[in-house]
Design a protein around this ligand. Structure first.
Ligand code: CP3
Length: 345
């Protein structure tokens, strides 16, 4: 008997579909009143992430409300630096903070050995979520890419240009390559663990790839992501890998050509021609509605949705935003988006 496949997995296998699958980055979060209510029950954001019942409920909230074609496990990219032994906390109204890495000793103190044990609550949430999800809904696991994680780990917070991290790379090349190699192993392990717990697709977020100089993209983003995807596929040939090199727009076709990468997520700065460029290079495009159009809604939102749909007619494609949904997004606009995509079948 043929295994019934959900729409996302089917499109990721290159099959034609009557309409594209749709999910949104950060679809579980503060724009949902039910999320804000649940969030008050945890003393801080990381405790929320490490409480499987809460993470499961947050993951399922946008599925119950909107019926997206995929759920993404509720967690954060910064649980991995935390699992490696770095201090990580979230300051309300500010965002993530880390005890910044400054020296090669700081890098040497990170410990790969604890990752699986430390992140057990995340894997429990994945299994629990898979058991509760409708079978037609795909479950996506994720991790930050080596560059984006290293950038947070060295800066100690978000940054405009990640100059401290880029200086570290040039001034301390051996500590830098040690850090990137360690992250490559940790990320591969974390993605494989999520697949073994029940995720069928994984997305690698290189959210700050756009801050890299051209000389860094290949060695610090493209090649590590290619190797991670290969390690994941070697362990689980049936799993699917989506890469999101946000802002590395000149290199989109290079990411699409990576042998173990199935799909490339595009930011909103890319024009619609990029969808075909990705397919020609050998991957399936995902994206790339501007999150601000989803805040503002109206005729312009519908025009932009149709523009994306029309650029991908009869070709494998995954509908998403160009970046995460923001807290001020009206729920009615998300409903209008889903309806427009469903009605396009
Ligand atoms: O629904 C989902 O997409 C799953 C959950 C998810 C979160 N973070 C929950 C979250 C995912 C996939 C992430 C990934 C993530 N985290 C990225 C990559 C995606 C991107 O946006 O580029 C990055 C860079 C982070 C780091 C991070 N976590 C930041 C910068 C912040 C603060 C953002 C802000 O607006 O305050 C977080 C916190 C965070 N992660 C929240 C959520 C729902 C908000 C915190 C809260 O609810 O208290």
């Amino acid at each position: 008997m043929m295994k019934t496949q959900n729409l996302l997995s089917s499109v990721l296998s290159g099959k034609a579909a009557p309409r594209p699958p749709v999910w949104l980055m950060r679809q579980a979060g503060r724009y949902l009143p039910e999320y804000r209510k649940l969030r008050t029950q945890a003393k801080d954001f990381l405790t929320f992430c490490y409480t499987p019942d809460m993470a499961t409920e947050a993951t399922l909230q946008p599925i119950s409300r909107f019926g997206f074609d995929a759920a993404i496990i509720f967690s954060d990219i910064l649980v991995l630096p935390h699992a490696l032994g770095q201090k990580v906390w979230f300051e309300p109204g500010f965002g993530p903070k880390l005890n910044a890495l400054n020296t090669s000793d700081d890098v040497n103190n990170l410990d790969l050995g604890q990752v699986t044990e430390f992140l057990k609550p995340v894997y429990s949430a994945v299994t629990q979520t898979r058991n509760k999800l409708p079978k037609e809904t795909a479950l996506i696991g994720f991790a930050g890419a080596p560059w984006t994680l290293a950038a947070y780990m060295i800066e100690g917070a978000g940054s405009r240009d990640y100059a401290k991290a880029r200086k570290f790379a040039l001034e301390k090349p051996s500590a830098w390559s040690k850090l990137l190699n360690l992250l490559e192993s940790a990320i591969s392990k974390h993605l494989i663990n999520q697949i073994e717990a029940g995720a069928e697709v994984v997305q690698i977020f290189d959210s700050w790839a756009g801050a890299l100089p051209a000389y860094g993209v290949k060695a610090w983003s493209l090649e590590p992501i290619g190797r991670i995807a290969q390690i994941v596929k070697a362990a689980h040939p049936g799993a699917k890998v989506i890469a999101f090199p946000r802002g590395a727009d000149a290199f989109v076709s290079d990411f699409a050509a990576l042998p173990a990468v199935d799909a490339v997520s595009l930011g909103q700065s890319l024009p619609t021609e990029a969808f075909d460029h990705v397919r020609k290079a050998g991957a399936i495009p995902q994206g790339n509605l501007d999150p601000v159009t989803l805040i503002c809604g109206g005729d312009f939102l519908i025009k932009e949705i149709d523009n994306i749909l029309n650029s991908n007619r009869n070709s494998p494609f995954i509908f998403n935003l160009g970046h995460g949904i923001t807290p001020e997004t009206p729920i009615a606009n998300v409903e209008a988006l889903i309806k427009r995509i469903r009605d396009s079948a």
